[in-house]
Design a protein around this ligand. Structure first.
Ligand code: GMT
Length: 375
């Protein structure tokens, strides 16, 4: 099959999933064309069946806001026409679904099918903003198939956007071997000293991640147990969090590592993963931690209960319950055997339920159905 994949190129979950999917499809023999405004962070062009097409957004003095959606749709038309795409799979509805539907309509009858995958904030934060609502709804309704990364997100889409069409739930995935390979090295223990416990959080430092809650959970844990906190990623609230840490004079115990594409290297060997988000449609970072045998302490919101089993692979507490999450973390740190059992079960469930091979096959099955229907 000839497949286009359009996504954001950043370290965010939707771009990561789209990129890993593109590489897996190409490895399985499909011809894959990735379309974005910059080279996606995790994309490795090591397969002749995989290529990247940059969306260039020309500036003109008249444009205070250059029309990215149109440049994207134009690039989609070009790639679809000259590479004879069967299908274009867009990740994140705003504006990718709308651009794809426009491109499909420009190409016309002989053209391609549009599959849209909803990832989370495109529905829960951005897509239902009145300034984007009508076009987001249109992009979703006019796509040939729509998937959501969790049942919770599927429900949110129906309820918050008033969407009345089939939405298939295809969860995010991990590549089990990737984490096996990191095990021979030091992994996250590079950031720890001696036997101290190591807590890890990975995020884009947006308000929805509640990174100050991460620090406050850590502060409570560190009063009881010798602990260090590793913060991975970058984003708008990082400076504020760093300033808070300086004011609290606990910078020596909190490490700001910045972004990395080798996520397994900051997870393998960690004791616990913290994800106290306000909302989280899936929580790919939590799944990546689980696949590295790291139990997760998170909030019981959105799709997280579909990933983390409370009391079995981690603990889920209400949003803002810093005390509860700290107590849950301490209960595992004080009982290393229980923590180890949680980690083993986390890995087992991650592999059994979210392995790349099985989930990519579900996308391929969907593509076949959509192309057959359209052809
Ligand atoms: O907000 C982010 O973390 C980025 C965002 C994205 O689209 O890049 O992540 C969303 O998609 C991920 C991949 O499907 C999910 O694992 C995240 O839970 C989701 N984020 C939120 O719902 C806040």
């Amino acid at each position: 099959m000839k497949i286009g994949i359009s996504c954001y190129p950043t370290m965010g979950g939707s771009g990561v999933v789209a990129t890993e999917l593109a590489m897996a499809l190409a490895a399985a023999g499909d011809e894959v064309h990735v379309i974005s405004y910059a080279m996606p962070a995790r994309l490795q062009l090591v397969d002749p069946k995989l290529s990247f097409h940059e969306v260039v957004v020309p500036h003109y003095p008249l444009f205070e806001y250059p029309p990215y959606s149109l440049a994207l749709a134009t690039k989609m038309v070009e790639v679809a026409t000259y590479h004879e795409l069967d299908l274009l799979h867009v990740h994140y509805a705003v504006p990718n679904a709308v651009s794809a539907v426009l491109a499909r309509d420009i190409v016309g009858d002989s053209g391609f099918q549009v599959v849209t995958t909803l990832h989370g904030t495109d529905i829960t934060l951005v897509g239902n903003d009145p300034n984007y609502l009508a076009t987001t709804r249109y992009g979703i309704e006019e796509s040939d198939a729509v998937t959501a990364v969790s049942e919770s997100l599927r429900r949110d889409t129906v309820e918050r956007l008033g969407i009345d069409r089939p939405i298939e739930v295809i969860p995010n995935f991990i590549e089990p071997e990737r984490y096996d390979m990191a095990r021979s090295g030091q992994g996250a223990r590079r950031w720890a000293q001696g036997d101290e416990a190591l807590l890890v959080h990975v995020s884009n430092y947006r308000p929805v991640k509640r990174v100050l809650d991460v620090v406050q959970i850590f502060e409570r844990v560190a009063r009881e147990v010798d602990t260090r906190l590793l913060l991975v990623g970058d984003g708008p609230e990082r400076a504020q969090v760093e300033q808070y840490c300086r004011e609290q004079r606990n910078c020596d115990r909190i490490l700001f590592a910045g972004s990395t594409t080798s996520i397994e290297e900051v997870l393998v060997g960690a004791d616990l993963f913290l994800l106290p988000s306000e909302t989280e449609s899936f929580g790919l970072a939590a799944l990546e931690a689980m696949s590295c045998k790291v139990p997760v302490i998170a909030t019981s919101v959105g799709g997280l209960p579909e990933v983390v089993e409370d009391g079995v692979t981690g603990f889920l507490r209400p949003v803002g319950d810093v005390e509860g999450m700290a107590a849950a973390a301490l209960s595992l740190l004080r009982d290393p055997e229980r923590r180890r059992r949680f980690g083993e079960e986390a890995r087992r469930q991650a592999v059994a339920r979210f392995s790349e091979e099985a989930i990519v096959e579900r996308y391929r099955d969907l593509y076949r159905r959509v192309v057959r229907r359209g052809g």
